[in-house]
Design a protein around this ligand. Structure first.
Ligand code: LMR
Length: 397
């Protein structure tokens, strides 16, 4: 059987993370995988998460199965966090279920689209997260691109994006990242969201919103503004969300998929199909992280502390954007777009071989594409990184 297989290429993100771990140099810096690090380089367990875990240890009285919906308190709480005030007008047409991370949310959403429309294509931003296309292809869907980034990889090609959406047929799906675009940090502006809502409503394609960084851009509500606008205006959409970054729960695998359909009955039927898919795939999600998030969101003291710590993370990442931009400007190789972008990621336009040279000569790990995770920097490494960029031939915008 297995002699028929050919080895798969290493994952561009997780493969680099593994190489970083093997690197013995003490001064190494990981700007590859999208993980938040505090100024001392740690990825902390958030205070409120720790407190909720302690409570859970004391209060948990059973490890029996929860069922395909997972923790229903989590499902309700995360739905409210994502949809905010827009939830009120659509509550009877909206349903949310916990999935093992944002990746399983995307795969579950893909399986639902495939069940509804086996010949649907999914349109992805060019570029998008490296794992988006593999997820949709693995579900048997065709994948197409829409224009997103300008040639300098610093801003949005809004007009070309909207022009392309005008060609997307009803029955296809279009994935948009809600905020903190991975890999570019370039977000969709309010005016473009308005146009997207209008075009989607008129043409009848299905928007899939992917929100993996809520709270790490401009704030919990601001980062969900595009999603909420679409949810309030459109009959149908899917949301995939993740608690990996904003709760720091990466390894616990906490995400969710939300279905908004044209009527309560359509939502009920779609959820029944989605849950059958979950049953045939992983049966039900793991309980621990969802119970922790549900507690943090339900208890006012824990929630306030979580929001405060998250705000501190957001400020730190924005500060690293500024520090890198200022240092690069001082070195004569400016990249001002860093200041206009949001969230953990950005591109630096490296010369050929730049990523390898940063890795080998400077012990700094960035993706081959030039994507950097600003949340991996601190005051010192931001300056070191700027000098290393200049040394490998980075010339600025
Ligand atoms: C990233 O893009 O680095 C993160 O979303 C982690 C991952 O799974 O790729």
């Amino acid at each position: 059987m297995f002699e028929t297989l050919q080895a798969a290429a290493a994952d561009p993100i997780l493969g680099l993370m593994a190489r970083f771990r093997e690197d013995q140099r003490a001064h190494k810096v990981d700007l590859g995988v999208g993980v938040y690090r505090d100024p001392s380089g740690r990825t902390p367990v958030m205070r409120a998460v720790h407190a909720a875990e302690r409570l859970r240890l004391e209060e948990e009285d059973s490890k029996s199965y929860q069922g395909m919906l997972g923790d229903v308190a989590f499902d309700a709480a995360i739905q409210s966090l994502c949809f905010g005030p827009s939830e009120a007008g659509i509550a009877d047409r909206l349903a949310t279920v916990h999935t093992p991370g944002g990746t399983a949310a995307l795969r579950t959403a893909a399986d639902l689209v495939r069940a509804a429309r086996p010949d649907a294509r999914v349109w992805l931003a060019d570029p998008s997260w490296d794992n988006h296309a593999p997820i949709f292809r693995a579900a048997g869907l065709g994948v197409r691109d829409y224009p997103y980034l300008d040639p300098a990889r610093s801003g949005l090609r809004s007009a070309e994006l909207l022009e392309t959406l005008e060609t997307v047929p009803a029955g296809d799906a279009v994935l948009f990242q809600a905020s903190c675009h991975n890999p570019s940090g370039v977000d969709i502006d309010a005016a473009t969201w308005e146009r997207i809502a209008e075009i989607a409503g008129r043409r009848g394609f299905l928007p899939i919103l992917d929100m993996a960084y809520q709270g790490l851009g401009d704030g919990l509500d601001a980062d969900a503004a595009g999603l909420r606008l679409l949810a309030a205006q459109l009959p149908e959409m899917l949301l995939t969300s993740s608690c990996s970054k904003n709760f720091g729960l990466y390894r616990e695998r906490i995400g969710a998929v939300s279905v908004l359909a044209a009527s309560a009955e359509h939502t009920r039927v779609a959820m029944s199909v989605l849950l059958r898919g979950i049953r045939a795939n992983y049966s039900m999600p793991p309980a621990h992280g969802a119970a922790v998030v549900a507690r943090v969101l339900a208890r006012p003291d824990l929630r306030a502390d979580w929001e405060q710590e998250l705000a501190g993370m957001r400020v730190h990442v924005a500060g690293m954007r500024d520090r890198l931009a200022t240092t690069l400007a001082g070195l004569g190789c400016p990249r001002e777009a860093l200041r206009r972008q949001r969230g953990m990621f950005s591109f630096v336009n490296l010369p050929a071989d730049g990523a390898r040279r940063l890795r080998e000569e400077h012990a700094i790990y960035v993706l081959e594409s030039g994507r950097i995770n600003l949340a991996g920097l601190n005051d010192d490494s931001a300056v070191r990184f700027a000098h290393a960029l200049q040394a490998v031939g980075f010339t600025g915008d």
